[in-house]
Design a protein around this ligand. Sequence first.
Ligand SMILES: [Zn+2]
Length: 292
Amino acid sequence: MLPSRLLLCLLVSGIMLGGCAKPVSPQRLTATPVVDTLKTSAIAVPAVLKMEQPLPSEIFAPRNIGGRTLPVSTTADIILKPGEVVLTFDDGPRAGKTETILSTLSDYGVKATFLMLGSSAEANPRLAQRVAIAGHTVGSHTYGHVNLAGLTRQEAIEEIVKGEEAVSAALAGGGQKLSPFFRFPYLSQTGFLRTGLIQSGAVVLDVDIDSKDYFKDTPAAVATRTLSRLEARGSGIILFHDIHQRTVDMLPIFLDQLARRGYSVVRLVPRDTSIFGRDLITAGFAADGTVL
Ligand SMILES: [Zn+2]
């Protein structure tokens, strides 16, 4: 690289050296929020050090991999074609993490589904709103992340409803609505609860590919594991958590690989918007806790 090129790159990109690995296109310079693409440990290397070595060619070439929008009214509607993935993020929103996740998703032009905890949304209402305002789908994941299979039926229903209400209230402050997507904490479900949820109009979101991003692995290891499982299946709903720094760091690596391998990210939206804001869960259960 000529000195002038190096200087230009440093001036233009700051410490974002990913952009220096290839010719810096005008489009890239104008379209990319430079600062927000930096927050991965993979490239958080001092500029001078990084410039002394060839950059890995696979680092950072954001391009739009947003796929089709899939309207969903029941779980059975979620039928993906080969090469299609759905991104889901559980347990947030988490201040200091979710913001960067949103930025990275924006870089790649993709929309995800966030299954928020009632307690987390209650603690970070503006962040919850920001997720929805950015065009992502927001569902719920109980209030306090308890194992519902270990509760009585009535306790479990109350926990689900409390979670829905808290997420809904947090979103309402920003004029946003809760979508009827729900995921069981620990993927721990009972037939009773699943049936009641489905009958009440909720869409139970299952998981095809668990990134296991809660393991204490490196971001690259999480990306590699998830990609490997995806390649074995060819498509699927992927589970991440927007509460871990390793997930924040992993996401650009993962999305870059999706782009290079030709995958597209499907956006899930509720088919029937009239169910927004309704008390979804109790609609499927009788007062005594039986399924209607
Ligand atoms: Zn969870």
